[in-house]
Write a protein that binds this ligand. Structure first.
Ligand SMILES: C[S@@+](CC[C@H](N)C(=O)[O-])C[C@H]1O[C@@H](n2cnc3c(N)ncnc32)[C@H](O)[C@@H]1O
Length: 226
């Protein structure tokens, strides 16, 4: 992808036209599909909110979920309280009818003013942070274009705000840890690491990693049902 096209990935118009293009596959997974994520989720995320007859399922928000099947796969595993925030009306129209129990909000993840603070337990991003910085020079922190710094800082603060204290933000992307930490751990947030970055694909160019952050200081996991 040329830099000029990648730079358009921060705009809803770009995604609307892409999702309306009949030559594009109906569903497209960026970076990795659910098959490569499931082990990561089972080991690192799901145990925080065990599903049971008495426990309410965690409130999950997908940030820029696009045409991904991840929300639907999670729903099938019992994670029934899910909201997708997505600014492309074209993909919302395609995806929402697939499961009316999953809520869709047509908002920009950099400014989710209609979402109350402290609303969610778990926020999931696969390739949306990537969409803000796909065209940046990822190897030189000092020369990251200001627009990338601004987009990612606004995004990080908004995700931090809408999570409950102790809530988890999982960000799946292809960037180096120092770059991701530099852009997400910004003033107005207090992210702790849930785990060190976890590789989901073999080493090499554009290796996909899972980053897990906790809102505030990590708390010892006790009984998640209380
Ligand atoms: C690279 S795609 C990833 C889609 C999906 N998460 C996946 O993994 O297949 C980025 C998605 O984020 C959405 N997006 C990008 N910027 C956004 C923003 N500021 N607010 C809401 N959605 C956004 C796009 O419309 C697109 O669906």
């Amino acid at each position: 992808m040329a830099d000029s096209e990648a730079a358009q990935m921060r705009n809803a118009d770009y995604w609307d036209s892409r999702y309306s293009n009949e030559d594009e596959p109906a569903t497209k997974e960026w970076h990795v599909g659910h098959d490569k994520l499931e082990g990561y989720l089972e080991e690192n995320i799901y145990p925080r909110w065990p599903l049971g007859e008495t426990a309410a399922p965690p409130k999950v928000v997908h940030l820029g979920s696009g045409a991904s099947s991840v929300p639907y796969e999670m729903y099938a595993r019992g994670y029934t309280d899910q909201t997708c925030v997505e600014f492309s009306a074209a993909v919302v129209a395609q995806m929402a009818p697939r499961n009316p129990a999953i809520k869709w909000l047509p908002h920009d993840v950099r400014a989710m003013s209609e979402v109350a603070s402290g609303s969610f337990d778990f926020a999931f991003d696969k390739a949306t942070f990537y969409a803000f910085c796909a065209w940046g020079p990822t190897h030189l922190l000092k020369s990251i274009p200001p627009v990338i710094v601004e987009d990612t800082a606004a995004y990080s603060r908004e995700v931090f705000r809408i999570l409950k204290p102790g809530g988890v933000f999982c960000c799946i992307n292809i960037f180096e840890p120092r770059y991701v930490h530099h852009l997400l751990k910004v003033e107005g947030t207090d992210w702790s690491d849930l785990h060190a970055p976890i590789a989901l694909t073999p080493p090499g160019w554009a290796q996909t990693r899972a980053y897990g952050f906790v809102k505030g200081q990590p708390v010892e996991q006790t009984d998640a049902t209380t």
